[in-house]
Ligand binder design. Structure first.
Ligand code: BES
Ligand code: MN
Ligand code: ZN
Length: 493
């Protein structure tokens, strides 16, 4: 159970008791937003703003209660900063939601008309929905005061803006799906549970197929199956295809996600402290599923195939050993020196499979692949590795516009050499240094000639230890907005 909030549009504001939320930029006069209020309310909120040193800084807030015929009404002004941030209206909406979600307010009204910015109100509502997301199904004893109260959002905006809402709603649904998959515990979202949660995408026109252990064995996916062999959970390859072009775009864009539903490290066991975090090791697969949900939900005019390699990495008497050699579907052999470097083993077979079966020109993989990525970029941006400058800049631009930011890191022969094995074709770990790059080099060995490929290491961005303006602590849904924007800007004309 996740909460669901209804969003509606109205062309002009009304005097009711819903919480009224008004955005204001840095340096803008407060008169811009108070001119439609009663004289008393306008005076009260101006005084509150001065007293609280409110200056429009992004995500700052001032609020008052005013009297209406039907009772008290909350008026909230939220700062949107000085326009340097592509997500400022989303973040302002999210800030208001964080403040009001459990406040007792049931209806929020967003009125951003004063800003004269395209879709500003919708963006606020989009941010508010993102910030409202939470998974409460396991709380059987939550105190009434901690329960969400907001049920409705009204956006004051033109009919034209209202007609554009569907797209935000679809992207939000994608983010919510990704967060749900990441947040649900690993005894529920094991590979089979993951597939079951994605099956409803078929109702939106997504074609769903899966490969089970026997089929993957027949195909020779020795690397993926080597990871899965220590687990009692059946591995799956999940294939989701959306074609909104009626066959016009012959070759789909391929998205490939790492879906390790729990990563203990295997025989190269991780330390106990913090191991619980490894339920989010399917964040790449969740982003792919969420992106498919968004694209199908808004009927994107593009042809996209999303592949999730789903396995659980466990130690057991049947688990693979450090120094095992596995043969990948591509025929290349891999010396598994560390069973905790499992993500690349899962991805290499998934990437090979999709290239064999769909011959994509463009392939983007997403994975919580390396701890080293967090050391390099922290929690703010994901790493982008690519064999093609054009693809890299398309992705980086989509990241900047959507808010799911990317930073490019290098690939190269000298790094590639570091994963040559002395007994097989490749070893699955390089030295400690440049750990994120050697992981990317490993993947590149499975990219066919002519395929434009990018690898996004989202180890630092799939999960947050602290709340942000757009997400409570926990799953972020990182990658959904990014992939949606990437498709919209480069494939939908
Ligand atoms: N899933 C982890 C990477 C990870 C670690 C993501 C921490 C998020 C937070 C991955 O499977 C892993 O264990 N990588 C190893 C690779 C190493 C053995 C070469 C790592 O990063 O330590
Ligand atoms: Mn691992
Ligand atoms: Zn992992």
């Amino acid at each position: 159970m996740t909460i669901s909030i209804t969003v509606t549009f109205t062309p002009s504001g009304s005097e009711d008791t819903s919480a009224l939320i008004l955005p204001l930029g840095k340096g803008q006069s407060i008169d811009l937003v108070t001119k439609d209020l009663s004289a008393d309310s306008a005076t009260a909120i101006k005084r509150a703003a001065t007293a609280g040193r409110f200056d429009g800084t992004l995500a700052s807030i001032v609020e008052i209660f005013t009297e209406t015929e039907n009772g008290a009404r909350r008026i909230v002004i939220v700062g949107t900063g000085n326009g340097e941030d592509s997500e400022s209206f989303e973040k302002a909406g999210g800030t208001a939601m964080a403040k009001l979600l459990t406040s007792g307010e049931t209806m929020l009204t967003f009125d951003a008309r004063s800003q004269g910015v395209d879709q500003a109100g919708s963006r606020m509502a989009f941010g508010a929905l993102q910030r409202s997301w939470r998974l409460d199904s396991y709380r059987t004893k939550a105190l009434p005061k901690t329960k969400p109260t907001v049920t409705d959002i009204t956006v004051v905006a033109s009919d034209e803006e209202a007609s554009g809402w569907e797209r935000f709603q679809a992207v939000y649904a994608g983010i919510a799906l990704a967060r749900e998959l990441v947040t649900e515990p690993p005894n529920v979202i094991h590979p089979t549970g993951f597939v079951e949660r994605c099956r409803p995408l078929a109702d939106l026109g997504v074609t769903i197929e899966t490969l089970d252990r026997a089929e993957m064995t027949k195909l020779g996916m020795g690397a993926l199956l080597g990871v899965a062999q220590g687990s009692a959970q059946e591995p799956h390859m999940l294939i989701m295809r959306w074609d909104g072009t009626e066959g016009a775009q012959k070759k789909p864009v391929a998205f490939v996600g790492k879906g390790v539903t729990f990563d203990t490290g295997g025989i190269s066991l991780k330390p106990g402290a913090g191991m619980e975090d490894m339920k989010f090791d399917m964040g790449g697969a969740a982003a792919v599923a969420g992106a498919m949900r968004a694209l199908a939900g808004r009927k994107a005019k593009a042809h996209v195939v999303g592949i999730c390699g789903l396995v659980e990495n466990m130690p057991s008497s049947n688990a693979q050993r450090p120094s095992d050699i596995v043969t990948t579907m591509s025929g290349q052999t891999v010396e598994v020196l560390n069973t905790d470097a499992e993500g690349r083993l899962v991805l290499c077979d998934a990437m090979h499979w999709v290239q064999e079966n769909y011959a994509p020109d463009v392939m983007v993989d997403l994975a919580t692949l390396t701890g080293a990525m967090i050391i390099a970029l922290g929690f703010e941006q994901a790493g982008c590795f690519s064999n093609d400058d054009g693809l890299a800049s398309q992705l980086i631009n989509a990241g900047a516009v959507s808010g799911d930011k990317l930073w490019r890191l290098p690939l190269g022969k000298a790094y590639d050499k570091l994963i040559d094995s002395s007994i097989a074709d490749i070893k699955n770990v390089g030295p400690r240094e440049a750990g994120s790059i050697t992981a990317a080099q490993f993947l590149q060995r499975f990219v066919k000639d002519g395929v434009k490929w990018a690898h996004l290491d989202i180890a630092g961005t799939a999960w947050r230890k602290t709340a942000s303006n757009l997400a409570d602590k926990g799953a972020t849904g990182y990658g959904v907005r990014l992939l949606d924007r990437f498709i919209a800007d480069n494939y939908e004309g």
